[in-house]
Write a protein that binds this ligand. Structure first.
Ligand code: NAD
Length: 298
């Protein structure tokens, strides 16, 4: 019998999207245009195509205009940079998202650097990473911001809590640690070279797993009552007779749920938050662009 409360990211994301839709309608009324998100996809990676399609649908549902740019895999860096420059100048575009990974030969860092920091709704530009680290307002990467929203909704004030973030990527682990630090947690970043990871995780009131290794975090790593946020999305090999394997997180859900106080499921936990926060960041970009304050509750 699982004792942990389930953190329902799907329900929370639905509520957030409803508030974004209200905010987008109010913005359209005040600014006489919809907020706009440009999504750039280079090449034909199937997973990226699914993500880009999902982002366009999510925009339409909340009243954000989406401008899709699908470019062939052999697009030159110069051509991509010139598209980004056009989008930087385009008054109808508040946010720009370049779907990663880019095909080989394109320098991801150079492409991210070319996006105007004021339209960088993914929060990947070094200026926004720096702003987060020194506590200035900027755009915050969607997945960690979504995790923080779920934590605050569940736990309220996080001050003084021990948080362990497993993973140190620029898009999840590092910004997650910065957000927890800003929320006055005592933060440890664990990674592939951490010694005695289980022992480190055992002291955490909050565990964030962002590794990409199926069901790595076990029940005996968890302090009883801890809150566990599972960012991992891993597809297991298909079982006999099945075309696709099961999706699992980085946490062994069934056994950890026996010990934790609260836990996010996979799917239905962090995943739905990422796109909802992308819409939120786009709405924020639109308000800043138009010199309007972002409505409460976002
Ligand atoms: P990444 O590969 O860039 O980083 C993984 C991190 O895990 C690295 O910092 C590495 O040091 C650490 N690591 C690797 N092996 C380890 C080990 N044995 N012990 C401890 N740490 C170890 O991955 P990422 O982009 O940060 O993504 C992490 C996971 O989150 C993936 O499963 C990814 O699919 C998922 N993800 C989900 C969402 C979402 O919307 N839910 C968004 C982004 C990423």
């Amino acid at each position: 019998m699982a004792s942990a409360a389930l953190i329902d990211g799907k329900a929370f994301a639905a509520g957030l999207r409803a508030r974004i839709a209200e905010g987008a309608a109010a913005f359209a009324h005040q600014a006489a245009r919809q907020p706009g998100l440009a999504v750039v996809l280079v090449g034909d990676d199937p997973a990226s195509q699914v993500y880009v399609g999902a982002k366009a649908r999510a925009c339409a549902e909340v009243g954000i205009a989406s401008f899709e740019h699908r470019l062939p895999a052999d697009t030159s860096e110069a051509a991509l940079l010139s598209l980004i420059e056009r989008l930087n100048q385009d008054e109808a575009v508040d946010g720009i998202l370049v779907q990663m990974p880019l095909p080989g030969g394109l320098d991801e860092a150079a492409i991210i650097a070319a996006i105007s920091p004021d339209k960088d709704v993914d929060g990947f530009h070094v200026l926004n990473a720096g702003r987060l680290s020194v506590g200035q307002p900027g755009f915050i990467p969607c997945t960690p911001l979504g995790c923080l929203m779920l934590l605050k909704d569940r736990l309220g004030d996080l001050a003084g809590m021990e948080a362990v973030v497993i993973g140190r990527s620029n898009i999840v682990g590092k910004p997650m640690a910065q957000l927890l630090l800003a929320a006055n947690c005592t933060v440890t970043i664990a990674h592939s070279r951490t010694r005695d990871l289980a022992q480190v995780v055992r002291r955490a009131d909050i565990v964030i797993a962002a590794v990409g290794r199926p069901e790595m975090v076990r029940a005996d790593w968890i302090k009883p009552g801890a809150t566990v946020i599972d960012v991992g999305i891993n597809r297991l090999p298909p079982e006999e007779g099945k075309a696709k394997g099961r999706l699992v997180g980085d946490v062994a859900f069934a056994e950890v749920a026996e010990v934790a106080g609260a836990i996010t499921p996979v799917p239905g936990g962090v995943g739905p938050m990422t796109i909802a926060v992308l819409l939120r960041n786009t709405l924020e970009a639109a308000h800043r662009h138009a010199g309007l304050p972002l409505p409460e509750g976002l």
